[in-house]
Design a binder for this molecule. Structure first.
Ligand code: 4NP
Length: 157
């Protein structure tokens, strides 16, 4: 499985999502490749936000090596699943993918936790550290469900 996590800046939410899912998949030796990207270009080349790094580290996950990049339409071909953090990320990814857009590959991450509800993961960028802990908890639960759902298929194949 190759999975891409997408948010706006690729410095707060999607780096956490990348780190959390990669960590869980590695613990189970699933051989999954997890990456992340932003729809915006504001933070290209930057490491994750210091509070994303701090909250990840407090949960035993190192995301300090990550480097922000922008979503590219070819990502739509390269990855098996693309998870976006909120509805505006979804619209941006759809628009940026142009002729390569694949609705069947793309979904809101929280639909893995609350199917069909189209809930977004709030952007913690303007808030306090508490917001980053909330993002971590939501993402972690959604990633548990992704592992359950797709590790079965991976094992059979
Ligand atoms: P993210 O948060 O999409 O979770 O990485 C943001 C980071 C930066 C900005 C917006 C959202 N910004 O406007 O610079």
């Amino acid at each position: 499985m190759k999975i891409l996590m997408v948010c706006l800046g690729n410095i707060c939410r999607s780096p956490l999502a990348e780190g959390i899912l990669q960590h869980k998949a590695d613990l189970l030796n699933l051989g999954w490749k997890v990456d992340s990207a932003g729809t915006g270009a504001y933070h290209i080349g930057e490491p994750p936000h210091h509070l994303s790094q701090k909250v990840a580290k407090g949960n035993g996950i190192n995301i300090s090596h990550q480097c922000a990049r922008q979503f590219a339409k070819e990502d739509m071909e390269h990855f098996d699943r693309i998870y976006v953090m909120d509805a505006s990320n979804y619209q941006d990814v759809k628009r940026m993918s142009k002729d390569l857009w694949r609705e069947d590959k793309t979904d809101l991450l929280l639909n893995e936790l609350y199917p069909g509800e189209n809930r977004g993961i709030p952007d913690p960028w303007y808030g306090t550290e508490e917001g980053y802990h909330q993002v971590f908890d939501m993402v972690s639960k959604a990633c548990d469900n992704i592992i359950k759902k797709y590790s079965v298929t991976t094992t059979i194949i």
